[in-house]
Design a protein around this ligand. Structure first.
Ligand code: FEO
Length: 395
């Protein structure tokens, strides 16, 4: 089934209902690869789909138009979830022109070989399709250096590729077809895991959209639902996330061997809860790093706890810290805690990593030998109170 977005513009993408891992990111609700077909004097496909879904894409196109009549392919981004069906489409469509950024052209040739019929475009360029026009806007690193948005001014439609997406497979294609909570939950997780470290570039992209005076009535990303009821909601959320705005919320993230670090974690939860803040307790062996990053994104405070094992961090904690060093969440207070038997290096290692990420680290963290005793639990509660003061001072 195809879905009409605007007069002569259709969704012709694919739904990946059973996907549970998107290059290491847990997709509990599946995913979609959205492609859009514009019917005009020049018939245009905007982005393709992940290669295994190519026949689904072609079938949807065929239900509207003979694929051999397609004139243009707009490649907003070369990552294979969007370009994976490009060669098959070229074979099916025959003589077409591909529009992409210069960066994308180089990437497409590396992926698929030289000689592709690419015409490169940059911000401010546009192509007239007939009654409709497509304007191009480069948005480097949203999500790769080659990325761009396409905009159809006649329909006030922004085709934003990875931008404003969510990994969610649904039967309805629009924001008003799906519970707002589900969509915003997945949009937050998507941003947290793909875009957190690109905050300044996202601010630039939002500024460019404003400077170009793009009126936006609908945002159609390449993943998840299409924003037609309230596109301003996701723009506002991206603005807030990229300005590192967060809630009076504390995420207590830990792993444990014999429950000593867990006892400390629960002590922190108790004190923070008593202060009236929202709290998340996240045990890393039970919670995937991609879910943890979503909680970190809108937390003003984070605690990370690890036992010391073999003079090192517990492996799940090391894994998370490595991931965080790449994504670089900012503007948060942070503190470390953990139990140990004899050497006890883990707490300092956590603090050092949190400082490397440039969080506001409360030191020293708290260590408990074997099993936290009364005095060590007092230190845990004192550290939690310091966190509360820091968050209150953030306003
Ligand atoms: Fe959905 Fe960066 O690809």
């Amino acid at each position: 089934m195809t879905v009409k977005l605007k007069e002569n513009i259709y969704w012709v993408g694919a739904i990946d209902w059973t996907l549970r891992d998107f290059h290491g990111y847990v997709t509990g609700r599946g995913a979609t690869y959205n492609s859009y077909l514009i019917i005009d004097e020049k018939i245009t496909l905007v982005d393709t789909v992940k290669e295994p879904f190519c026949s689904e894409l072609l079938e949807r196109i065929r239900s509207i138009v003979d694929p051999g009549k397609i004139d243009y392919i707009i490649c907003n981004h070369i990552e294979k979830d969007h370009s994976g069906s490009l060669l098959a489409c070229l074979k099916e469509f025959g003589d077409v022109k591909i529009f992409s950024t210069k960066m994308a052209q180089a990437g497409l040739e590396k992926y698929y070989g030289p000689g592709l019929p690419v015409e490169t475009v940059k911000t401010g360029d546009s192509v007239k399709l007939g009654k409709k026009t497509v304007q191009f806007l480069e948005v480097p690193m949203l999500h790769w250096p080659d990325s761009m948005f396409s905009y159809v001014p006649e329909d006030k439609l922004l085709l934003s590729n990875d931008g404003f997406g969510q990994h969610i497979a649904t039967s309805g294609r629009f924001d008003d077809d799906v519970a707002e909570y589900e969509v915003m939950f997945e949009a937050r997780k998507y941003y947290a895991n793909l875009l957190t470290h690109l905050a300044p570039l996202i601010q630039n992209a939002l500024k460019k959209v404003t400077e170009l005076g793009l009126e936006i009535d609908m945002i159609a990303p390449c993943h998840g639902i299409i924003w037609r009821k309230d596109p301003g909601k996701i723009i506002q959320a991206y603005n807030d996330w990229s300005l590192h705005k967060a809630k009076d919320k504390v995420s207590v993230i830990y792993d444990t061997m014999w429950k000593s670090t867990e006892i400390m974690a629960k002590g922190i939860v108790e004190t923070i809860t008593d202060a009236g803040f929202e709290v998340r307790l996240l045990k890393l062996r039970e919670t995937h790093r991609s879910d943890v990053m979503a909680e970190i994104l809108d937390s003003k405070g984070i605690f990370i706890g690890s036992p010391t094992i073999h003079r090192q961090l517990f492996p799940t904690v090391a894994d998370l810290l490595c991931y965080m060093k790449g994504l670089k969440p900012q503007n948060k207070a942070a503190a470390a805690f953990g139990s140990f038997g004899w050497s006890g290096e883990a707490v300092q290692m956590i603090s050092d990593d949190l400082k490397e990420i440039k969080l506001d680290v409360i030191e020293p963290g708290v260590r408990a030998k074997y099993l936290p005793d009364e005095s060590e639990m007092k230190e845990v509660h004192a550290l939690s109170r310091t966190m509360i003061e820091k968050i209150r001072a953030m306003g």
